[in-house]
Design a protein around this ligand. Structure first.
Ligand code: 5GP
Length: 113
């Protein structure tokens, strides 16, 4: 199966602005930011989308949320930020390697588009 864009970014074959890395995931700045802080938390393990996650992925998925906390806090937006996971093309997913968007630094209205 062809490797995803995010696998190539994780392998440093495609450049990106890294905010954080650990043994389970990386955090990079989105190339097309929708807020002053727009990070993507990406697990090293390839799961195409959230609806493909399995019970054994539970700890990994929780880890991504805790890393998101840290990214938001480090950027100074620890009290007001939003996490987004687009699942499926019709929900806006364009890269089929699961990732959590972290958005902060501007008012975030509801409902989202
Ligand atoms: P999705 O639409 O799948 O939820 O989110 C994919 C995100 O990846 C988009 O917000 C898009 O701007 C971002 N993106 C696409 N290509 C690249 C890239 O080459 N580098 C970085 N840093 N972000 C990218």
């Amino acid at each position: 199966m062809a490797r995803t864009l995010f696998e190539k970014i994780i392998a440093k074959e495609i450049p990106a602005s890294f905010l954080y890395e650990d043994e389970l995931c990386v955090a990079i700045r989105d190339i097309n930011p929708q807020a002053p802080l727009h990070a993507l938390i990406i697990p090293r393990q390839m799961i195409a989308q959230l609806s493909h996650a399995k019970t054994e992925d539970q700890a990994l998925l929780g880890h991504l949320m805790l890393v998101a906390n840290r990214i938001a806090a480090d950027a100074g937006y620890g009290n007001a930020f939003r996490l987004v996971v687009n699942n499926g093309a019709e929900a806006g997913q364009s890269v089929f390697h699961i990732h959590v968007h972290v958005l902060g630094g501007r008012p975030l209205s509801w409902p989202p588009g």
